[in-house]
Design a protein around this ligand. Sequence first.
Ligand code: ATP
Ligand code: MG
Length: 352
Amino acid sequence: MTTNKIAVIAGDGIGKEVVPAAIECLERIAQLHAISLEFTHFDWGSDYYGEHGRMMPLDGLEQLAQHDAIFLGAVGSPEVPDAESLWGLLIPIRREFQQYINLRPVKTLDGVKSPLANKEPIDILIVRENNEGEYSEVGGRAYRGLPHETAVQETIFTRLGVSRAAHYAASLASSRKGHLTSATKSNGIIHTMPFWDEVVEETTRLYPDVTLTSELVDALAAHLVLKPWTFDVIVASNLLGDILSDLGSSVTGSIGVAPSANLNPEGDFPSLFEPVHGSAPDIAGKGLANPVGQIWSGAMMLQHLGHPAAAEHLELAFESVLREGLGTRDVGGPSSTSEFTAAVLAAIDVLE
Ligand code: ATP
Ligand code: MG
């Protein structure tokens, strides 16, 4: 039996509550499916920043590289500037490990109330390009403090970057309903977005069973609210994908249930799995945190590590607990974080 080495960064706030909850579930599943998971914990994040002036040690990336996957809770706290926690940990990890796909399932779950009136089931995969695009370091500011002060920020798309994201999304679509929607804004952004459109189109042509619709992101956002059940796979640039996936998780219900994977699809480097939500300082330490986003991210990690049956078992377990109405407060249920986790552990055994 090969051992899957997993680096755990629980991080800040409710990360410290939902990560241990998810690990309990993963350990139980691993036992039942004869999978060997070895967890190594790293106490990086805002407390570490308070002591050392950085989010992780200088050789942090080298330490993470020794693992098969990274399981992250949330980093960020009111005391640390948002840009520090993003550029001091998450973005270096995404780039160093070529995690060029950010995959976010948007799916309705029984027991999680959607704010939409129409209750048709939603099942979308949002593929966000994760390494380039609008999140670039190219740019600067001039004439500080003067009336003509100017800020410039460049968007960078490369053929390699766009085409590999499009390949990933098109092949996903081809394994599902065969419908790929690409988010664009080529009517207003006249250099980078038409290039995005061109490369996505060329790439999708290699998948004859996939139909591609390019949609202006403003209209797409409206459609995501008005008729989200019509989408299958959505591919979007870094910034547009970030916005669309938060919107997606809101139309299905609580942000507390949404998972994500930062993937290096080739497996040359470790991929990172984290819930969509942040450290939620407003509810931290109170036992109110919904652990579903973290547990579901754990299921995506099992899938990526080559354990699809275990991943499905874990998903069925938390879905059944939610269906019984035993969710946490954010989804209108009565359970605390630990009560919900205990119910998932019991469901894992029942579903064996
Ligand atoms: P960060 O700065 O780390 O992004 P944040 O507070 O800005 O943290 P989130 O952590 O995503 O952003 O929280 C947004 C809102 O959703 C908060 O009111 C929070 O309490 C709620 N929330 C987030 N995650 C959960 C969860 N797992 N369970 C219950 N409520 C949650
Ligand atoms: Mg935030």
